[in-house]
Design a protein around this ligand. Sequence first.
Ligand SMILES: [Zn+2]
Length: 198
Amino acid sequence: MAKGGTGARAKLRAHFLANIGRVMTSEELYEASGGTSEWGRRVRELRNEEGYQILTHNDRSELKPGEYLLETPKPQPAFARAISKETRAYVLDRNGFTCQMCGAVAGEPHPYDPTRKTRLHLGHIIDKSLGGTDDAANLRAICSVCNEGASNATLTRPDLQKLLIQVRRATSQDQLEVLKWLIKKFPKQATEYVNPQI
Ligand SMILES: [Zn+2]
C-alpha cells in the first residue's frame, strides 16, 4: 500500500518535471499517477513535503479549478515554505546576525569550531510541535553548530557577574558597541528603560 503510494508520487514527480511550464489537467495527472484515486494527495505531498511549487487556481487566477502548473524544477528549501524572506531578514537583523544560543556572529569563525564559518538558521523559540508559530516573534537566529545541538554541551554561557566585569573594564567605545547591539536586540525594552513613563 505505502509502496504503491510512493510509486505514484514518483511517477507524478517525474511527470511534473518533464512538463515544466505547461498547464496540466487533473485527468492527465490521474493518468500520470498510474490511475490511482490518491493522485490528489500525492500532488499535495509533492507540494508540502518536497517543496515543489505546484500552482493551482488558488495561486494563479489564470488557472482554472483542476489545472496544475509547475514553473520551476527547483523545490523550495524547507524553511522558506513557511517563513518568508522578509521575516527571515527581519529576525536575523533583530538578532544582530548573532546566534542567540552561543553568540557566534554570521560569517565569522565559530567560537567552538574556528575552522567553520558561522552560518545562521532560524530556530523556533517555542517548538512547532508544542504549538509555536512561524511568526517573527517566535523565531530566533541559531547557528548551524547550535542547531545540531553541539554547542549546548561544549560552550558554557558566561555568568552575569563575570560578564558585567568584562563590560565595565572595556573601553567606552566597546561599551557603546555593546549598547548598540543590545538596543538592536531589545528595541522594546530599550525604549521602556529610557522612557519609563511610556
Ligand atoms: Zn550557536
